[in-house]
Design a protein around this ligand. Structure first.
Ligand code: NAD
Length: 300
């Protein structure tokens, strides 16, 4: 059975590592936050005092970090600090599940390849609920061999596992998805509010649009209007879920990607502006469906 090093035990990484333990794997963990490591130790994980200590000798290394700079520094080193590439064995499989720019993923993959080490980018979709339930979608970029080798560990944490292409392709597919998701969330919010403004019940309107040509994932699984759907962030004061700040990061990545490829993404660009504005109004740590409030009349 594999020994897996899991680095980055936040909202997503914590429950993902817990699912590896449930699958019977030996899991070594490291995070900058001691409480995050203790929560996994309580479930049977082995705590390491450094990231390199966790990774040395592991068969598989998984990272789940905030952004590209964290991933580059961790794998490649930072000044006097050693990078993971210096301490892992040649047959270790490296899997980065963070959502980052494709260029950082390609850089780490190329540096790893110089030592014959396989690295795949494997960002996820499905949010914290999917991480806890072990039903995440993994969107992978890397070689066929590395993708095959990753199956046992990814299967323990997810339900749908896709191979989007070579190094960085997982990240490109992930930001395309999140750009579309933001557009759907904004469009659904403005349509629901217009219906309410004309006296419609948002639940009835949602039921109509869900099975009509405007139907989409936000209406089916994540309605942004409070009270329409149970157990979604909009009915819990927009707490939990996927933070506005993270959506702003992903929309920044998608706009950078659009510039690189000279792609026209007017909807993604507008969605980014709307989300940046929403974050600047103090909503950065709330769920991204709270964008609905931008369309609702101010409460007095
Ligand atoms: P988070 O901020 O909750 O967790 C990140 C963790 O990384 C923290 O515990 C932090 O202490 C740790 N960390 C940072 N630098 C480190 C280092 N050098 N060594 C060890 N640990 C380090 O973030 P999250 O919500 O878990 O998201 C992680 C990634 O997953 C992000 O790229 C995010 O965009 C992506 N993502 C999040 C969601 C979601 O719903 N939250 C969904 C899909 C994808």
């Amino acid at each position: 059975m594999s020994t897996v090093a899991f680095i980055g035990l936040g909202n997503m990484g914590g429950p993902m590592a817990a699912n590896l333990l449930k699958a019977g794997m030996t899991v070594r963990v490291f995070d900058l936050v001691p409480a995050a490591m203790q929560a996994l130790a309580d479930q049977g994980a082995l705590v390491s005092s450094t990231a390199c200590g966790a990774a040395a000798g592991a068969n598989v290394v998984i990272t789940m970090l905030p952004a590209g700079k964290h991933v580059r520094n961790l794998y490649l080193g930072n000044g006097s600090e050693k990078g993971l590439l210096e301490v892992v064995a040649g047959d270790t499989l490296l899997i980065d599940c963070s959502t980052i720019d494709a260029q950082s993923a390609q850089l780490v993959a190329a540096e790893a390849a110089k030592s014959g080490i396989e690295f795949i980018d494997a960002p996820v979709s499905g949010g914290t609920a999917g991480a806890a339930a072990g039903t995440l979608t993994f969107i992978c970029g890397g070689s066929d061999i590395a993708f095959e080798r990753a199956q046992p560990v990814l299967n323990a944490m997810g339900k749908n596992i896709f191979h989007a292409g070579g190094a960085g392709a997982g990240q490109v597919a992930k930001i395309c998805n999140n750009m579309l998701l933001s557009v759907l969330m904004v469009g659904t919010s403005e349509a629901l509010q217009m219906g309410i403004d004309h006296g419609l019940d948002p639940k009835v309107l949602s039921d109509i649009m869900k099975v009509s040509s405007g139907g989409n994932w936000t209406l089916e699984k994540y309605n942004p209007c409070p009270g329409v759907m149970e157990n979604v962030p909009s009915s819990k004061g927009y707490q939990g879920g996927f933070m506005v700040d993270l959506m702003v990061k992903d929309l920044g990545l998608s706009q950078e990607a659009a510039l690189l490829s000279n792609s026209s993404t007017p909807m993604g660009s507008l969605a980014r502006s709307l989300y940046v504005n929403h974050a600047r109004q103090g909503n950065g740590r709330r769920d991204f469906s709270s964008i609905f409030e931008q369309f609702a009349p101010l409460k007095k």
